[in-house]
Design a protein around this ligand. Structure first.
Ligand code: PGA
Length: 254
């Protein structure tokens, strides 16, 4: 198996980033943007209110900015929503779709996630498509079946290694401090790669980045990132602390 794309470490700030907490985060973004490039691509996904500000800050550097969600339509009467085109206009180059917090808090279905991924492509953004099982599903031995059905439903048929990234995020590992065993991560990622291969063809599937997300910290990043078929990380809580996010990127600095 040959994955050609550079690994990606993306920080998902979620609904955080008030003015008071910004200086530390902004200084990290500045340091990442001006420091020596690690062997991975770095992305920050701030709340929509900060996309244009951060995009200006990293303009001309290798650091990328992504949104956290988008509406499937390009424009229109959808109060409170942000379209992929608007994120692109603000300077984003990617958008997370189907995060489990969207699936849970807003009842997003695979069908809606699929439409959002296609909206991302329409706007020229990379879709970071999230999938992952709940604790009950894992306990019930259904993890691989859940991943198969989420891939079948959420990943549109036009997905390529250039326009899409998959993020495997076990729901029970998000924000909990818990992570699956190395064996379980390896099994899930190999399964995802195989399913992508069946759906999209071997070439695209082998080049597509599959991130692991869920309680990634400086202390476990090197081990998790070293697992076969893990091509980077989607980082929540630890991306808000400069030293922690930097420590995770260290997995790609040696
Ligand atoms: P976490 O979140 O790193 O805080 O567990 C990951 C995510 O939700 O993307």
């Amino acid at each position: 198996m040959t994955v050609t794309a550079r690994p990606l470490v993306a920080g998902n700030w979620k609904m955080n980033g008030l003015r008071a907490s910004l200086p530390e985060a902004l200084s990290l973004v500045e340091r990442l943007a001006s420091g020596p490039a690690p062997a991975c691509e770095i992305m920050i996904c701030p709340p929509a209110t900060l996309v244009s500000r951060l995009a200006e800050k990293v303009s001309g550097t290798p650091v990328r900015i992504g949104g956290q969600d988008c509406h499937a339509d390009a424009t229109g009467a959808h109060t409170g929503d942000v379209s992929a085109e608007m994120l692109a206009d603000a300077g984003a180059s990617a958008v997370i779709v189907g995060h489990s917090e969207r699936r849970t808090d807003h009842g997003e279905t695979d069908e809606q996630v699929n439409a959002k991924a296609r909206a991302a492509w329409r706007a020229g953004l990379v879709a970071i498509l999230c999938i992952g099982e709940t604790e009950a599903e894992r306990r019930g031995g259904k993890t691989l079946d859940v991943l198969s059905s989420q891939i079948a439903g959420s990943v549109p048929s036009g997905a390529t290694a250039a326009n899409s990234v998959i993020a495997y995020e076990p729901v029970w590992a998000i924000g909990s401090g818990l992570t699956p065993s190395v064996k379980d991560v390896a099994e899930a990622h190999a399964h995802i790669r195989a399913k992508l291969g069946a759906a999209l063809g071997k070439k695209e599937a082998e080049a597509m980045r599959i991130l692991y997300g869920g309680s990634v910290k400086p202390g476990n990043a090197a081990e998790l990132m070293g697992i076969a078929n893990v091509n980077g990380a989607l980082v929540g809580g630890a991306s808000l602390k400069a030293t922690d996010f930097d420590g995770i990127i260290n997995a790609y600095r040696r």
